[in-house]
Design a protein around this ligand. Sequence first.
Ligand SMILES: [Zn+2]
Length: 193
Amino acid sequence: MAKRSDGPPPLETEQKEFITPEQRQILNLVDSIPLQELETFIEKREREIERMGQADQPDNPLVQQILSLEERRSELIEQLVNENRPFIRGSFNKKTHKCGKKNCKCTRGEFHKSFQLSARVDGRTHTRHIPKSDSPRVERDTKRYQAWISSRAEIVRFCTEQLQLIDKRRSELLRSYPEGQPFPLPKSWEQNS
Ligand SMILES: [Zn+2]
């Protein structure tokens, strides 16, 4: 802090015009306060202002995490909306079996093949037979469904994670007013927020 001279500083003639009687009064008041007291007051106030109002660093780790999740999430959204081919829910299964007839090729290890589509609905597994001619299409379309569903699940995971980070960020930025007398936290705020 700059050292003050003992009396009020002499004013330039141009400056005089810009000082109102009220401002002059304040300046005189400031001059009447002992220097040490004034310095302590200003330092305390500066620290308060720093705590209350200062923006934190632009590369805040939480903000960076939120942004990087946002980037990965938007890639997944793009994948989802760009998928416009139809798909089939369920899993495609290939089975091999012996028919039990004597002298059939299956007795020599060339098993019969059959194809099935199965899916769980409300806790119950449903199964459908797939004709051999449809099997390539059903296999391809169920794989497409599974890829789509797993992207969807990841989006949900990212959103949840992102919200947790956003709530943590809220805690970082939150200041109680007046200082030291915070409002109680709403019940809906999780422990981590
Ligand atoms: Zn057979």
